[in-house]
Design a protein around this ligand. Structure first.
Ligand code: CTP
Length: 408
């Protein structure tokens, strides 16, 4: 998306370059617009360097060749976020005052998503005038990202500290995914809650083990490496990760990753269906056993002699297909496919049948791809008609590509 970042004159303006950097990392184009007072806290050079675009701050500056005056800019932007938004900025917007570059642009930018991240002293935040202005803006559809409680620059402690840049970037990402996370939808004065659980992604990884008896199981060669690489790539992008994994030697290092260990397909099904409603997306990379023995002996089975032995298998629940039926608007669902014949035709069929947004087709033609190895080559096919084929890459790089293509 094209994101306009407005910056007003509060101490939290020093965090604006970090927000711009995060938005760029999410793949957005960014244009900064700052008030004169904001430039007391952060320099034009910093904002232009991190955004890669000229700063817009003077209403009556000479128009340059790529015309950044406010009307051109409101047409350019898909979404706008003001961080920090001072009490003054909030008051002016609520009253329709346009007396500088940013406030003029804010009035013009009335038909597109707008986010404000207020930052001010607690007494100012709690002032009835400010709260009334916020309620007015909310009623007009402006999204307010609630400030945090904590120590403020003025030495006081309380509400008013600007939400962290990671949380603001996450709100923008949720907007792209069509997710709104209000404290209480029915309460008109509720604000967007930073660090929302809706920025979590569910990942399944590894094999499943289906017990035959107390010492034997049916399993497969999946190492879990692809799923763990996905979890790490997502965590590095600022997502919370619910990682549900079958038996594996892999380790998850990032603190944003919450790991649930399971053994069988039915345990994975239980964990995945419980966690999916709390997540904005799910990527199912686990090699789930399609069948399990109809009966598990609680002791070690003895040899049957020359007659041989027959195991009767029953079908496991299809986790991916179930999540496809549970999927709500705004949630993304990504599955994997391992095909031997008519690879793409079958993958596209699976995409439709299981109500997926993307399917990642594993190549079986490469020696370096598939189970156990550290590299992979995939084709990412989207419901939107997109198709991306990666070269043979490390699983970490493939994971980053999947996150970039499927979630951003
Ligand atoms: N999958 C799942 N639950 C199952 C079986 C598979 O969630 N019981 C998921 C896998 O994690 C993967 C996708 O489904 O994301 C594709 O699995 P695959 O075995 O290729 O396809 P199936 O749907 O099992 O179809 P088939 O075996 O007939 O090709």
């Amino acid at each position: 998306m094209r994101v306009i970042v407005g910056i007003t004159g509060g101490i939290a303006a020093y965090k604006a370059p970090q927000l711009v950097r995060l938005l760029k990392k999410q793949g957005h184009e960014v244009q900064c617009v700052a008030t004169r007072h904001a430039l007391e806290f952060v320099t034009p050079l910093t904002l232009e360097t991190v955004s890669g675009n000229r700063l817009y701050s003077e209403l009556f500056a000479p128009v340059n060749d790529h015309s950044t005056e406010h009307i051109a800019l409101k047409d350019w932007g898909d979404i706008m976020v003001v961080a920090p938004a001072t009490a003054n900025c909030i008051g002016k917007l609520a009253s329709g005052i346009a007396d500088d570059a940013l406030s003029t642009l804010l009035l013009a930018f009335s038909h597109k998503p707008l986010y404000l991240a207020p930052a001010m002293n607690t007494d100012m935040w709690e002032h009835p005038a400010v709260q009334q202005n916020l309620a007015t803006l909310k009623a007009r559809g402006v999204n307010i990202i609630a400030p945090a409680e904590g120590e403020l620059a003025c030495g006081a402690t309380g509400a008013g500290r600007m939400a962290e840049p990671e949380d603001i970037a996450s709100a923008i990402r949720n907007e792209k995914l069509g997710i709104r996370n209000l404290a209480d939808e029915s309460n008109n004065s509720s604000f967007l809650i930073p660090n929302s659980s809706l920025s979590k992604v569910l990942v399944t990884a590894g094999p499943t083990y289906e017990k035959i008896d107390s010492v034997r199981f049916i399993g497969n060669y999946s190492s879990g490496k692809m799923g763990f690489a996905l979890a790490e790539a997502l965590a590095a992008e600022g997502y919370g990760v619910e990682l549900v994994t079958g038996p594996t030697a892999c380790r998850a290092e990032h603190p944003n990753i919450h790991r649930t260990d399971v053994e069988s397909a039915r345990e994975m099904y239980e964990a995945a269906t419980r966690l999916f409603p709390t997540c904005c997306a799910a990527i199912l990379s686990a090699a789930v056993a399609d069948y399990r023995p109809d009966h598990t002996a609680d002791h070690k089975l003895k040899k049957q002699g020359d007659e041989g032995m027959t195991l009767t298998l029953v079908q496991n629940p299809d986790i991916l297909a179930t999540l496809g039926t549970m999927k709500q608007e705004g949630q993304r669902l990504v599955g994997f496919a391992l095909e031997t014949d008519d690879e793409e035709v079958n993958a596209r069929r699976k995409l439709e049948k299981k109500n997926l947004d993307y399917i990642v087709l594993n190549s079986l033609r490469d020696k370096g791809a598939g189970f156990g190895v550290d590299t992979n080559r995939v084709t990412i096919i989207g419901r939107d008609g997109s198709r991306t084929e990666t070269p043979l890459l490390s699983k970490a790089d493939v994971a980053r590509e999947i996150v970039r293509r499927c979630l951003q």
